[in-house]
Structures are given as C-alpha cells and as structure tokens.
Design a binder for this molecule. Structure first.
Ligand code: SF4
Length: 407
C-alpha cells in the first residue's frame, strides 16, 4: 500500500467464495480487472485466502478477499468451515460464485448458511450464463454473469455497491467534538519505538480529521507541551496524547483543558469504547492465578514495539500487586474460546477493520469475558481514564470508574 492510499482497515472487505469449477477465479478477475493469483486454487495446497487492496468503481477503495476454490466434492470439511468463519469475521460483503447451468451444490448451501450465521450481506453469482438458452429472472440477491464473455459484470458491481450500507452520518474520529478554528494539541512521543521518518496511522488519521473540521492541529513531543501552552494566547480545545506518556501529559495539562488519547478516540471510532472502558474496570476484580490474554492485530508492529510484551505486563504487575498469568496472540488469529481468561487486553487494532474488531469484542462479550484495549487499560491503571473520557458524556455517564479519583 502506498503512503497516500486508504488504510486497509477503512476499506470495504469483499470476500469471494465458491467451487473451482464454477469459475470463481474468472469472475474475480473480471470484477477486479486484474489477475489475482490464488495459489491455493490448486487442489491440495494451502487454504489461505489472498487479500488485495484496490480501487473498484463504483465502490471506491476495497479489499478483495479471494478464497481458495472449494473442491467439487460434497460438503465443506471442518477445516474449511473454520477458515470460512474466520474470513467472514472480517468480510463486509460475501459473494458466492456458482455454475448457472447447475443447481446449487450442498457446499454452496453451507456457505449461504455461514453468511447468514455471520449476518453478512451476500450475493449469489450465477456464472456461465452464456451456457443458458434463456436468462431466468434474477432474484434480489442473485446475479447472472458470464465471466467468459464479460456479460453482467457491471451489474454485479452495482449490486455489490448496493449491498454496502452507507450510514447516513459519516463517522468521525474527533471532528464531531470540535468547532472550526479550534486548536487541538497532539502529543506524539518520538522514542525508539516510533517508526523512522513518519508518524503512525491513527495519528495521521486524527490530524486529517481535525483539518476536515476546519480546525488546527499542533503536534508536539511530550517535553514541549508545557512551553506550547505558554506560547499560545488561546485555550486549546483539547489535548490528544499517545497513551504511553499519558501520566506526564495529564500532569502537564491544566485541569480545565479536555484531555484524551488516540486510543480512546480510535476505540470510539471503531465502536467499542464503552465496552473497553467497562473492560478496564475489570482489572480491580482480578485475583492471583487469573489469566489475561494480550492480543495484537498484526505481527509486524514496530510502532507497538514492546508495549504488549514488556510495558503492559510490568504496569499490570505494579497495579495489581502480583504477577498475572499472561498469554499473547498476534496477527489474524484470535481464539474462538476465551473462557479461560479473566480479561482480554487488545491493541488499538489499527490494521484491523471495524467488523473484525467488533467480532473480537463480541467473542469476548458472548463468553462473559471483559475486553479492553491498550490505551484505555493504561489510562485506567494510571488513574486518569475518567478525565480522558469526560469530553464524551455518553461514555462517562455509563461508567462507574472506581479508581477515577487517583489524579
Ligand atoms: S494492529 Fe495493533 S499491534 Fe498492529 S500496529 Fe496496529 S495497534 Fe499496533
């Protein structure tokens, strides 16, 4: 992905499924106008899907998830069902490719059942329409195409676009909390964990959202914060900080200036802030021997460096007064069963889309396991969470934070 592209996590994820004989690869290639190489289309090789970010008109920025062709033999095996469920946890839309000259197979029906189970909008593509004497009338979630002759491909893209529910109100990171001409101060520590020559994605996205709101962003390192307040002759609308320097920034920021963190704003943007705030409060119920799962959304995360493996475990030990049992996961894997854990602490999830983040949160919630994220957990342990969510009255009202008066 180039530096100017839409982040993967903000793109619509479209999963293509179906049997190899139904012409899945040809339909994917006709829709995308590119040859997507699914190595696993060859029988007996890996079952991993291929992810490809692209601009797809009239849809805009998308991620195409090309899944390996299903064998043309009977039902989906257990592994295939498991893999499909995992893919559906991050797909916004599912497209099932089938052969128009044949009735739907058992495996097709199984896939449709999985789409329904995961509540994913889907469309059934009846390919090889050129083999039919007459085109039957398409049902609402059905589309007849011929990948060979490129017939019906545009209509298919239109139908996919229709499935994408665009919410009336565009979601904002911070733009809805500020007014034009406001000044926001962003605190970005530049330590060894900071990526070379750039700032990380949530910070870039926040700056962009402030500019979209016709407000101003001043970006400083933590040691410049106090002098920046002195130089300004107006009161800033808010301070937004990286969670790792929360404590110092909270001490340096006058009490009448609203303070929050990038993590809190991103959790709100991804729709799980209230759960994460409640989850952090579960820290006070932990007992010796309880297990905590620390989960990261990607494996190449120089920007998160040792937060999950070193810093949070150390802060947890200090806060709890005993050494908790910690297990970790990273990347696309997230355990389906988390009942062994008393708390899940997740990273900010900047590389995961909203559906995946919500899925992880829901997995924990359905099993009665509290779920929080790094920044919110850190703010809670440092006793400054209440202050950090004060500007979000909907959230602060529902949360009774026991340790809120520490600062
Ligand atoms: S997905 Fe998580 S671990 Fe990876 S860079 Fe983003 S916040 Fe860090």
């Amino acid at each position: 992905m180039g530096l100017n592209d839409t982040p993967m996590s903000d793109r619509i994820h479209i999963g293509f499924f179906g049997r190899r004989n139904a012409g899945k690869s040809s339909v994917v290639n006709a829709v995308t106008g590119q040859e997507l190489a699914v190595v696993s289309d060859v029988k007996g090789t890996t079952t991993d899907p291929v992810y490809k970010a692209m601009e797809l008109l009239p849809l805009g920025p998308v991620v195409i998830i090309d899944t390996p062709g299903i064998d043309d033999e009977g039902e989906l095996g257990e592994l295939r069902v498991k893999k499909t469920r995992q893919i559906l946890n991050r797909a916004d839309i599912a497209v099932l490719i089938s052969d128009a000259s044949l009735p739907l197979e058992k495996s097709d029906e199984q896939l449709i059942a999985l789409f329904k189970e995961k509540d994913i909008p889907y469309i059934i593509v009846r390919n090889k329409s050129d083999l039919l004497k007459e085109l039957p009338e398409s049902k609402e979630n059905e589309c007849y195409v011929s990948a060979l002759k490129k017939d019906g491909i545009y209509e298919l893209k239109e139908k996919i676009a229709h499935l994408i529910k665009t919410s009336d109100e565009e979601k904002r990171i911070v733009g809805d909390l500020i007014k034009p001409s406001d000044i926001c101060i962003l605190v970005v520590p530049i330590d060894t964990a900071a990526p070379k020559g750039r700032i990380i994605l949530p910070q870039q996205q926040t700056i962009r959202d402030i500019l979209d709101a016709n407000a101003s962003a001043i970006v400083v390192k933590e040691n410049e914060l106090s002098s920046t307040f002195k130089k300004l002759n107006v009161k800033p609308a808010m301070v937004i900080t990286d969670s790792q320097v929360f404590k110092q920034v909270s001490e340096d920021t006058p009490r009448d200036i609203p303070l929050t963190s990038f993590s809190i704003l991103m959790a709100r943007y991804k729709g799980f802030l209230d759960t994460a705030v409640r989850g952090a409060a579960a820290l006070d119920k932990l007992k010796e021997g309880d297990k905590i799962l620390i989960s990261e959304g990607c494996t190449h995360h120089r920007q998160c460096d040792d937060i999950g493996t070193v810093k949070i475990p150390r802060w947890l030990k200090n806060y709890l007064g005993f050494e908790p049992v910690i297990e970790t996961t990273s990347g696309r894997e997230f355990p389906e069963n988390v009942t062994d854990y008393s708390l899940v602490i997740h990273c900010g999830g900047c590389m995961l889309n909203e559906r995946e983040m919500k899925y992880r949160m829901k997995t924990a919630a359905d099993q009665g396991v509290p779920f929080t994220n790094y920044g919110i957990c850190i703010a809670y342990m440092q006793g400054i969470l209440k202050r950090s969510i004060e500007m979000l009255p909907d959230i602060s009202q529902i949360c009774d934070l026991k340790n809120s008066d520490k600062n």
